[in-house]
Design a protein around this ligand. Sequence first.
Ligand code: ZN
Length: 282
Amino acid sequence: MNYKQLEDFYLFLLSKNSKIPCTKHGQYDAKKGIQICKYKNNYNIGFVADKNNCIVLDCDFDIQRNLNGVETLKKLEYELGTLPDTLTQSTPRGGKHLIYKDTGIKNPIGKIGKDVDIKYRGYITIEPSSINGAKYKFTNGIDKNGNFIIAELPNSWLNYINKTKNNFYKTIDVNNNNYQRKIINGNFQKMYEKCAFIKHCVDNASVLDEISWFYFACVLNSLSNGESLFDLYSRPHKDYDPILVNKKFQNAKKYNVNCNTISRCFAECKFCVYNQGGNYAK
Ligand SMILES: [Zn+2]
């Protein structure tokens, strides 16, 4: 690995064997041109995300402490679409840092799922650092000439990561896999009339955002004819694809989402008639 190109980034020194800064102002002392080869035997290296116009998806991993952000990220990719290849490093305990450009990032949330943090106004420890002999190591995002590839995040991910007034995102428990749903013979027409969220999904079917679409799949999973309804109301969408839509519907089975959950972010469902244990049979 040639560390020369890292020297074009804002870096600062951390104490050997640790993530603790060893300059007076820590990450605020970051500068370009830190000579990695000169320091790498006696210091670790800090990489400041926002100052480098980057954002980092930081997946924790520790079997003993039951941390598995790598798995969470895979699940999120299922909801939001596959992430593009980008500069990625493995961390000493088996976690991962995915480094993206911050294009389109405004006021990001701090955590995007169980054990996955966003590092933006902060720093990460970067290769060639090590902790107790275990190394930070680039595993992806280096082209055949040895240059870094730092990709941009797709829109669905930007929408998920940027804080917005109306985002539903933080209410999903992406690790709730054991949910047993009660299937009922609900009356969809009645649901459309009585639930503002359902109305929102149907009326905006052609431009529905990714997360509403997913929540809609969760709700329709409660209906015995939900699968065909979900397909029908997904057809106007610009990204409609019958196989993808079915996958989305099947995947939504795992999540306990109802008007009660939705009301935490979609205010209209706060007083929704279905906001009572999510019973759509009424
Ligand atoms: Zn509702």
